[in-house]
Write a protein that binds this ligand. Structure first.
Ligand code: HEM
Length: 334
């Protein structure tokens, strides 16, 4: 009986920890500033707590395997995906392997976690956790607290080990990203949020639409507003480059509204609060040279202090309207 109660608590604990890890992972992706680090500290602690509970979970799973369970494969799949996500998270944070074949460790990490979600929902519905009052006792709370404290200590220790053994992870940014090709545009990786292909744009029949007028490439290229900014990509790299182009506040003039919508040739778009216009640069150059197609030719947005998916490439329109800037999916859906 006691074993069953402990099993229920372990299952519930795992579920809560998985939810925390999932949410804080996305929260970290929402920022390229300090909140990202805080989210990742909670993220890593919950990840280590999941690892700490795995021996208990494997005992519960083995007990379950002895019984005939419907759709057992789905439980196995769920477990496998979580383990893949955990392992890839550790490969990324230690820097032991940042890519596996053509995919990055982050692709496996986030991909594994997303793929696990439907299995997690099924698992919770099909194998209900039945808690009793005794499971919520002071003792149980103390045990939970001890697991969390142990996980936080293990995480802190892992950071010490990464540094002491000079693993590549010691040099990663607070967002978990690794430096790539700073101030060397040829070495800047090409990446897009999801599946946008690189378009071939001919500037002789291209123009940028802004409130009240359109601009040719030559007109935009004549501006020389400069900004040094770090592109930090959810794929796990960052790169500091010298960008030049035109500040967005110059392009929108005195247009009034609540937000700025920056639209790509591919249909991809992101909204920004109107007062941030002077901090946004529509870049025509990187390192003193025109952009290349992979990096957004003819013009791309530079949104310092925001993760790469805000840096809209191949921009064709900058609109100002009354839609609030927060009225958009937190992460692009295309
Ligand atoms: C099943 C859900 C997840 C689990 C159990 C999990 C667990 C982990 C673990 C154990 C690490 C290594 C921590 C470290 O040593 O620093 C990690 C790293 C990381 N995870 Fe997750 N994760 C999950 C989902 C996600 C999601 C959905 C995202 C983003 C959308 C994400 C973003 C990250 C990032 C950016 C790192 C690198 C942190 C660093 O290097 O400091 N994770 N994760």
């Amino acid at each position: 009986m006691a074993a069953v109660a402990r099993g229920a608590r372990t299952n519930l604990g795992l579920l809560v920890l998985l939810a925390i890890a999932f949410l804080t992972g996305w929260l970290a992706f929402a920022f390229a500033t300090a909140p990202s680090r805080w989210s990742l500290i909670i993220h890593a602690t919950s990840g280590f707590a999941i690892i700490a509970l795995l021996p208990w979970k494997s005992m519960i799973a083995r007990r379950g395997m002895r019984r005939a369970q419907p759709a057992r494969w789905a439980s196995i799949m769920f477990g496998l995906l979580v383990v893949v996500s955990l392992a890839a998270g550790l490969l990324q944070s230690t820097g032991i392997a940042l890519s596996i074949g053509p995919l990055s460790a982050m692709d496996f990490h986030v991909g594994g976690a997303i793929a696990a979600v439907p299995f997690a929902i099924w698992h919770v519905a099909a194998r209900r956790v039945r808690l009793r009052p005794a499971d919520m006792s002071r003792r149980a709370a103390l045990r939970g607290g001890a697991v969390l404290a142990g996980a936080a200590a293990a995480y802190a220790m892992s950071e010490v080990v990464v540094r002491a053994s000079a693993l590549p992870g010691a040099a990663r940014r607070f967002t978990g990203s690794y430096e790539a090709g700073s101030r060397d545009p040829d070495q800047l990786p090409v990446s897009s949020w999801m599946f946008d292909p690189v378009p071939a744009i001919d500037t002789s029949n291209w123009s940028l639409r802004t409130p009240g007028r359109t601009w040719t490439y030559e007109q935009l290229y004549a501006f020389d507003d400069r900004m040094t900014a770090t592109l930090d990509c959810t794929g796990g790299f960052y790169s500091t480059q010298d960008w030049a182009g035109v500040r967005v506040d110059r392009l929108i003039g005195d247009a009034s509204g609540a937000s700025i919508r920056v639209v790509s040739h591919t249909g991809y778009d992101r909204r920004f609060a109107l007062p941030s216009a002077s901090k946004l640069l529509l870049a025509t150059r990187i390192g003193g040279r025109p952009l290349d197609p992979g990096h957004g030719f003819p013009v791309r947005l530079v949104a310092a202090d925001q993760l790469g998916f805000w840096w809209v490439k191949w921009v064709v329109a900058i609109e100002v309207d009354d839609v609030p800037h927060w009225w958009q999916a937190p992460f692009p859906l295309q």
